[in-house]
Design a protein around this ligand. Structure first.
Ligand code: HEC
Length: 318
């Protein structure tokens, strides 16, 4: 218990900078006090966007933004990362929100591997830079010893950030928010789906610097929209099928009442999706018979995505 207590003390909101291994001669930032009780929906949306960036290194999609803004409001999350870090242990609602991001399949894919690789990826997502050796050793060590969980490290890093790191994160969050806001047509929202589109967006966010001006930020948003729209369609179709179909069409359906894939049709692998492209297209776009009773909430934009992919030839390369 002692090390845990020590760390909680040493890494309290105001002192976290020291835990990040920053140079000793840097001025200690003034203590950031917790913001007043969060009130507006806009506050929760801004926080949700920051959490996406901190935990997944990307802008939120419109649906995800609404979901996490709602979760933030219900859990009454503080707007201050230092307060989030210190409350993580005692506040189960807050812990659930942060852990649901940190333990998502997407975060696992992003931060797979050793603790050092995970910490390096977190620094890149937050600050567009590699960690300094001291910071790397400290945070990887805390993860390895089980003193901190992966759900805690991003808010801890953020709470300790100052000067360029803090500006960098804020600029990235602004670009990310403007990008999400720009996903204002069904086509644009559907395009930001799947690994290839998300990877393309991350690359553009990697170009943000602390000195990025408003004009440059606007240009980056336009660039992000373009690269996302140009990213291959098949990964997006796979992501859509995973989200909307495999709850039933799988060896192991997860929707109550379904035991085994309906009519033996399964979409667990890319090959199965490719082989059934025509039937998928007919049932999703033409008859809209699927998803069955639309129990998985497929959107019109997603149907359009399937149409575009099918009409372009329905291969893995599209
Ligand atoms: C809630 C469960 C559920 C979901 C989700 C679901 N399906 Fe189905 N699917 C069924 C059932 C049940 C049948 C059999 C319907 C019947 O035979 O009347 C079926 C049948 C089908 C068929 C065969 C239809 C035919 O007549 O040839 C295809 C193709 C299909 N689904 C594709 C999809 C696709 C693609 C998705 C995702 C966009 C999807 N399904 C989502 C339950 C589901």
């Amino acid at each position: 218990m002692r090390p845990r207590f020590f760390l909680a003390f040493a890494c309290s909101a105001t002192l976290l900078a020291a835990c990040g291994g920053s140079a000793v001669e840097e001025p200690v930032p003034p203590p950031r006090t917790a913001a007043p009780v969060p009130v507006s929906q806009a506050d929760h949306e801004r926080l949700a966007q920051q959490l996406y960036l901190a935990y997944l290194g990307r802008a939120a999609d419109p649906a995800g933004l609404q979901f996490f803004a709602g979760a933030s409001s219900r859990a009454m999350l503080p707007m201050d990362p230092g307060a989030m870090y210190t409350r993580y242990g005692a506040d189960s609602g807050l812990r659930q929100v942060l852990d649901s991001l940190a333990n998502s399949p997407e975060a696992f894919a992003l931060y797979s591997g050793e603790h050092e690789a995970a910490v390096t990826a977190m620094y890149r997502n937050l600050f567009n830079r590699a960690p300094d050796p001291g910071g790397l050793a400290f945070w990887a060590g805390a993860l390895a010893n089980g003193i901190l969980s992966r759900g805690q490290v991003p808010v801890a890093l953020l709470a300790g950030a100052h000067s360029d790191d803090l500006r960098m994160f804020e600029r990235k969050a602004e670009v990310a928010a403007a990008f999400t806001t720009a996903l204002d047509t069904p086509e644009r929202a559907a395009a930001y789906h799947g690994e290839a589109a998300v990877a393309a967006l991350r690359q553009v966010l990697g170009k943000v610097t602390p000195a990025t001006t408003e004009t440059e930020a606007g240009a980056l948003v336009q660039e992000a929209l373009a690269v996302v729209a140009a990213s291959p369609a098949f990964p997006r179709v796979q992501a859509i099928v995973r989200a909307r179909c495999v709850a039933c069409h799988s060896v192991t359906p997860t929707i109550p009442g379904f035991h085994g894939a309906p009519r033996g049709i399964r979409f667990d692998t890319p090959e199965q999706i490719l082989a059934d492209a025509r039937r998928i297209y007919v049932n999703v776009v033409e008859t809209q018979f699927m998803p069955y009773g639309n129990q998985t909430g497929m959107t019109q934009a997603e149907r359009e995505m399937v149409r575009a992919w099918y009409q372009a030839g329905a291969t893995a390369g599209q």
